[in-house]
Write a protein that binds this ligand. Sequence first.
Ligand SMILES: Nc1ncnc2c1ncn2[C@@H]1O[C@H](COP(=O)(O)OP(=O)(O)OP(=O)(O)O)[C@@H](O)[C@H]1O
Ligand SMILES: [Mg+2]
Length: 359
Amino acid sequence: MSDKTFENIWDALPFPAFVVSSDHRIEHANAAAEQLVSTSQKQMKNKALSHLFHEDSIVVGTLKQAIKDKGSVTQYNVDVAIADKRAASCNIYVSFLDATQTDLLLVVQPNGAAQKMSQSLTNLAAARSVTAMAAMLAHEIRNPLAGISGAAQLLAMNASDDDIELADMIGQETRRIGQLVDRVEHFGDLRPMTPKPVNIHDVLDRARVAAEAGHAAGVLFRLDYDPSLPDVAGDADQLLQVFQNILKNSAEAVSGKRGEITIRSSYNSGVKLAMQGHKTQNLPLHIEIIDNGCGIPDNLISEVFDPFVSSKSNGTGLGLSLVSKIIAAHGGLVECTSREGRTVFSVRLPVWQKKKGSI
Ligand SMILES: Nc1ncnc2c1ncn2[C@@H]1O[C@H](COP(=O)(O)OP(=O)(O)OP(=O)(O)O)[C@@H](O)[C@H]1O
Ligand SMILES: [Mg+2]
């Protein structure tokens, strides 16, 4: 590709990106970056990064960290103040551009409407009140439901052929409501988790074997595991549920095609999650579930982690909200990206630390 093409790509990127030298001087900025900081390329060139972001800002801090670690660092959900504007929540990514380790790429992405990250971390309090009410309602629905399904069974015993069909339908539909109630109740279960060391590959294998025997029969699985991965700090049963739900969706998305699902695990020491009022969490364990299915409909992508969001006629829309809730309880992060033929669910989790015996 010619330099001109690279320049065009650089300017067309929808992410504000800078090239910064290891002594913190700005060498290039793309069009999105110019817009973010309301300063032109020319004005920025050769200026210190602290001109745009304060010297003690998290942006400069992340840059220093990447230089110190000689690697890449990602920070999620951190508050960044740009010049004299109000601080906004952003994701920051810093990485060296080449092996000589002179220039770095810095991406500062504000978390706007396009954010596809699970929001559950930020609205845990709201989730608590909603789930408590859902649990109460679920409990109250069970009794009349048992009555309806019992009555339908009695009716079916003495009914004509036509009426048997209707009685069966009542039976089927009450079972469906029953399953929904089960899931809502599960969703409302907010007992605190006690983290233990969990081998994530065991969990992934259990989820895959269960999927192969059910929803994902006939789907080709590719496993790309990093065998040196340390244990996760978490709850094995809850994590199993997470990957079962994700795999179920992937299997449903690829059904009727030459379905392929890749399960990948890797280690990336540079990923950190910063939450207001909490200490920064290292999330080096990275699990990706990639499928070649239909992709998530555009109008749903920003909401897939919300409860009751579903494009399926028989879906409850609770699968991914449960995923998001469990991962949030682990102090982790779940995100997704999707286009037709490639949907990626990416889960980042903390490592089990022996000494502290906790996350
Ligand atoms: N891998 C995927 N490929 C395409 N679309 C997906 C994928 N995963 C999730 N979705 C979309 O996200 C929606 C929400 O998923 P979620 O698991 O929360 O609910 P559901 O699958 O519809 O219902 P349930 O999990 O109760 O069966 C789905 O209806 C689907 O539209
Ligand atoms: Mg689902």
